[in-house]
Design a protein around this ligand. Structure first.
Ligand code: ADP
Ligand code: MG
Length: 237
């Protein structure tokens, strides 16, 4: 149903979708601000990883993406860097209307890692990042969310709790990341994910990352992504 526009067997990179932006080879090609480039340099990220080369131009163009690449391939920066750009492009509001970027991850450890990565890049732009996962005081989290943030990194169960407590609203959320979607499904989070997605405006940008594509995850992807580009790096899925 979708055209395979590129297939490099040597690198095992497979990209499919309509009108796919060309991959980049350097961070300079991404058009990032000087501040963001400085932070990238500080991380000693000399050049983008394979998944970043493919995913960055796609996500920066506003397209939905299904990304499959093995652990350690640099998927976090592939969704965090465009998220910073996306947030900087939004008009500033008088009043806090909740996060713009919402990231769901399967476990508190993964959510915490993403939180740390997001904080590194968000800092120089005075973008506030909140972490929402089990094992932390609900009251403290409630208060932090009430104070406002632009990015929330969460496990699905605790995010639902916070939404029920009205600690945050999804009025302003336009950039949704589902990281390690297959693991979230393995842990039984499908209903929570569906509930969260249902509370975010349909014209959002949606990014789904998964090491494998079981039928249930594929079905969700078909339901919640709009005209996605599919990127696979390496022998995964
Ligand atoms: P994944 O989510 O694909 O498992 P991560 O995003 O956690 O991978 O990245 C794995 C490691 O690689 C992290 O320590 C991260 O800081 C580092 N990393 C990410 N992008 C680059 C890059 N372009 N150059 C060097 N290191 C990078
Ligand atoms: Mg990851």
């Amino acid at each position: 149903e979708q055209d395979v526009v590129e297939y490099k067997k040597s690198l095992a990179i497979r990209v499919s979708g309509f009108d796919v932006p060309r991959p980049i080879k350097t961070f300079e090609e991404c058009g990032f601000s000087a501040d963001l480039m400085k932070t990238i340099a500080k991380q000693a990220y000399e050049k983008p990883t394979a998944i970043q080369c493919q995913a960055l131009p796609i996500v920066l163009s506003g397209r939905d993406i299904i990304g499959m690449a093995k652990t350690g391939s640099g998927k976090t920066a592939a969704f965090v860097l465009p998220m910073i750009v996306h947030i900087m492009d939004q008009p500033e509001l008088e009043k806090d209307e909740g996060p713009i970027g919402v990231i769901c991850a399967p476990t508190r450890e993964l959510a915490h890692q993403i939180y740390l990565e997001a904080k590194k890049f968000a800092k120089s732009h005075s973008i506030r990042v909140s972490a929402v996962y089990g094992g932390m005081s609900k009251l403290e989290q409630f208060k932090e969310l009430k104070a406002g943030c632009e990015i929330v990194v969460a496990t699905p169960g605790r995010l639902i709790d916070m939404l029920k407590m009205k600690a945050l609203t999804m009025f302003r959320a336009t950039y949704l990341v589902l990281d390690e979607a297959d693991r979230m499904f393995d842990l039984g989070f499908e209903p929570q994910i569906r509930s969260i997605v249902g509370q975010i405006r349909p014209d959002r940008q949606t990014l789904l990352f998964s090491a494998t594509m079981p039928r249930k995850v594929e079905k969700l992807a078909r339901e919640i992504l709009t005209d996605p580009v599919r990127v696979t790096v390496g022998e995964v899925g």
